[in-house]
Design a protein around this ligand. Structure first.
Ligand SMILES: CC(C)(COP(=O)(O)OP(=O)(O)OC[C@H]1O[C@@H](n2cnc3c(N)ncnc32)[C@H](O)[C@@H]1OP(=O)(O)O)[C@@H](O)C(=O)NCCC(=O)NCCS
Length: 179
């Protein structure tokens, strides 16, 4: 994985209408365990991990790296939005910032993922001003819908990890350097 870019981390917390986005903290650990071990969350992500293994391996403050946003609603973590720059990816995506998202099932169906990802993309526009790519399984209907709502346009479909995959790209909005 390559560096995200010249960004200060943790970021200043981002407030949206209903959510708070921030770097990870020790109090988020139980929610991270739930995200990693939930069969529903991991249906299209290679399957859930064993709870005992996750409890043993997860650091006291999980996922504390530039680009890993915790999404909080009413004081509790409900999901994670991730920005990663992969040095191994499809040719059209290599070296670009890649958006990922995982929300706890009880937080699905409220528009929280749309609201959180839109705020993170806005942060990318201001902090880095770069295009963002997104890869998801075509069978992951909720994720495909989210990608469309966020303004990602199809670059290609391909086959990997025994599944049909979709690669989308969202151009920068030209706001770099505003903040
Ligand atoms: C992908 C994922 C984040 C999508 O979550 P989601 O809650 O469906 O996404 P959104 O935030 O866009 O919410 C949309 C739904 O909220 C509903 N909604 C309710 N209130 C809303 C509001 N105030 N504003 C917007 N939408 C609202 C929408 O109608 C929509 O419902 P629908 O799915 O029945 O059409 C979620 O399914 C998930 O975490 N999956 C597991 C991880 C995963 O597969 N990640 C993809 C990796 S590539």
């Amino acid at each position: 994985m390559a560096e995200l870019g010249p960004v200060a981390w943790p970021p200043d917390p981002i407030r949206t209408e209903r959510l708070l986005l921030r770097g990870a903290a020790a109090r988020d650990r139980p929610a991270f365990v739930e995200l990693l071990t939930s069969p529903e969350v991991n249906t299209y992500l290679g399957g859930p991990r064993a709870r005992a293994e996750v409890e043993r391996d997860l650091p006291a403050v999980p996922e504390q790296w530039p680009g890993s946003f915790v999404v909080e609603r009413d004081g509790a973590m409900i999901g994670q939005v991730l920005l990663r720059r992969h040095d191994r990816h499809r040719p059209a995506a290599v070296g670009k910032i890649d958006l990922g998202y995982l929300f706890l099932p009880r937080a699905w169906g409220h528009g929280y993922a749309t609201e959180a990802c839109a705020a993170v993309l806005d942060w990318v526009d201001h902090a880095l001003g770069e295009p963002v790519v997104l890869a998801t399984q075509t069978a992951n209907v909720a994720s495909m819908r989210l990608a469309g709502k966020l303004g990602f346009a199809e670059v290609e479909r391909f086959r990997a990890w025994d599944a049909d995959q979709w690669l989308g790209l969202r151009p920068p909005s030209g706001l770099a350097g505003d903040v």
